[in-house]
Design a protein around this ligand. Structure first.
Ligand SMILES: C[S@@+](CC[C@H](N)C(=O)[O-])C[C@H]1O[C@@H](n2cnc3c(N)ncnc32)[C@H](O)[C@@H]1O
Length: 472
């Protein structure tokens, strides 16, 4: 490992003069960053561009229509030089240095006293990424990745933490209790929920946490019902990622992909309630009871379901159980299988000419559930997305045709949508029954029926029948 050629420090600019020399894009890029600070910025340029003057005006910065003299630099905290003319840049950098000011010259690391890093701004939290000027594009890529994992509310939490510090120090002794409060404050479900509602709510949540910690109360549990999406971990929402990274306990289904489970906090307890070969399925009543018991024990619980929790996910029963037990809960949506499969096959589920509605339906009703209204599904102006229909594809096709859909209605099916081993199938309603006879499809399958389906990209799709199913 080579030695660092630069040392990261944060310069205090609050209320201090910062000089920007230049009137074009380079200077404007610096101005954009400086406008986020409380520095007293001054701009010097004989011919500033309109974008720059507008920005300066908006921020209330003076624009001097000339180059800066040595006396102009005197006493400034920093000088940024970006005139886009090499000779002028060098001359102005010398002037600034003669005035004893720290200088940054745009795109000339050899002329710089300080380099500007890529910045993630969650004021008062700033994350600076420096490559010592050797790979600014990489710095930009890293910045984008860090932006993704930090919630927008982080700055609010950090700022209010500054206000709360004295109160916390007065009420909680240093050590475990104080630490526990700050952990709950920065990563607990209560403040995470409050931050979206505004500062007043965050303050209230913080005071509640403080009181609870002071009185030695048990922490209140919380349940998030989280959509894991159809498979690929990069299809998780940012909120789902953040919640998974904080959970104490994750209760998950068999369809949740391993890649998604990698996002879960390393030391979180994982409870597998999915259907697995060789073991009795965990009943819905038992799952409800687990969620209630874990939350009552004060844990932050994630109920992780494939796709979206509110689509064929039995979320309704779980929410009712949580409500009955008085347990705070919230839902984080996920990409449902049909939308994942539509994206993978570029299939428009609605279409101006072919489908004015989209129907989510299931292939078979479980005992005790409402029976399926096939007449309502057999609509020539809709796309029907069928879940859990693989093994009953023959009955589905028969029922839809019996209720008026023609045998040549286009049908597409995707097994393992958004997963590495995905397969796709395409044919007509007359071909669909062949799918139910196939023994080679172990993964979950979503089926699309309707005229819009033919608009998708089914170029490499297999037929529904295999030579065996045809012979059968
Ligand atoms: C119990 S439902 C869960 C649906 C889930 N909540 C959702 O929003 O996607 C299970 C059915 O979802 C569909 N499914 C789930 N993941 C899938 C995937 N990656 N590819 C294709 N179908 C999938 C299949 O129809 C499967 O039988």
């Amino acid at each position: 490992m080579g030695a660092l050629r630069t040392f990261p420090v944060s310069t205090v600019v609050d209320g201090r003069r910062v000089i920007v020399a230049g009137g074009g894009e380079a200077a404007d890029a610096k101005l954009r960053l400086l406008a986020k600070t409380s520095a007293a910025v001054e701009i010097y340029s004989p011919a500033p561009e309109a974008v720059l003057t507008a920005r300066a005006e908006g921020a209330g910065y003076p624009v001097h229509r000339r180059d800066p003299e040595e006396a102009d630099f005197a006493g400034a905290a920093l000088a940024f030089i970006g005139t886009e003319d090499e000779a002028t840049d060098i001359a102005l950098a010398e002037r600034a240095r003669a005035a004893g000011v720290t200088v940054n010259v745009v795109d000339r690391p050899d002329l710089c006293d300080v380099l500007t890093p890529a910045i993630v701004d969650r004021a008062p939290v700033t994350i600076a990424i420096s490559t010592e000027g050797s790979a600014p594009v990489l710095a930009g890529i890293l910045r984008a990745r860090i932006e993704e994992i930090l919630t927008p509310g982080l700055g609010t939490l950090a700022r209010l933490a500054g206000d709360l510090r004295a109160q916390v120090a007065a009420l909680l002794p240093p050590g475990a209790k104080r630490l526990s409060f700050w952990r709950a404050y920065f990563s607990g479900a209560e403040t995470a929920g409050a931050v979206a509602r505004g500062e007043a709510d965050v303050r209230r949540a913080a005071v509640r946490l403080l009181e609870a910690e002071r009185n030695g109360e048990e922490k209140a549990g919380f349940v998030w019902l989280v959509g894991a999406g159809p498979g690929a971990a990069d299809l998780l929402t940012l909120r789902a990622r953040n919640v998974l990274a904080e959970a104490d306990v994750v209760v998950f289904d068999s369809l949740v992909d391993q890649g998604v489970m990698e996002v879960v906090r390393r030391d979180a307890r994982r409870i597998d309630v999915g259907k697995r070969k060789g073991r009795a399925p965990v009943s819905q009543a038992k799952i409800n009871a687990i969620l209630v018991a874990e939350a009552q024990a004060g844990h932050a619980v994630v109920r992780l379901k494939a796709g979206d929790p509110m689509v064929y996910g039995r979320a309704g029963e779980e929410i009712a159980a949580l409500r009955d037990a008085g347990i705070a809960h919230a839902v984080v949506p996920g990409i449902t299988a049909a939308l994942g499969a539509a994206a993978e096959t570029a299939t428009p589920l609605t279409h101006r000419e072919h489908a004015s509605s989209l129907i989510f339906a299931t292939g078979h009703a479980a005992p005790g559930e409402e029976s399926i209204d096939w007449a309502a599904l057999a609509r020539s102006d809709a796309t029907v997305s069928l879940y859990m229909a693989k093994t009953v594809a023959d009955q589905v096709a028969g029922s839809l045709m019996a209720h008026g859909l023609t045998a040549d209605t286009p049908v597409g099916a995707v097994e393992n949508a958004c997963r590495p081993v995905q397969r796709r199938f395409f044919g007509t309603l007359a071909d669909l029954p062949r799918l139910s006879g196939r023994g080679d499809l172990a993964g979950p399958v979503v089926i699309f029926v309707g005229r819009a389906v033919a608009e998708g990209d089914w170029a490499n799709a297999e037929p529904f029948a295999t030579s065996e199913t045809l012979a059968a």
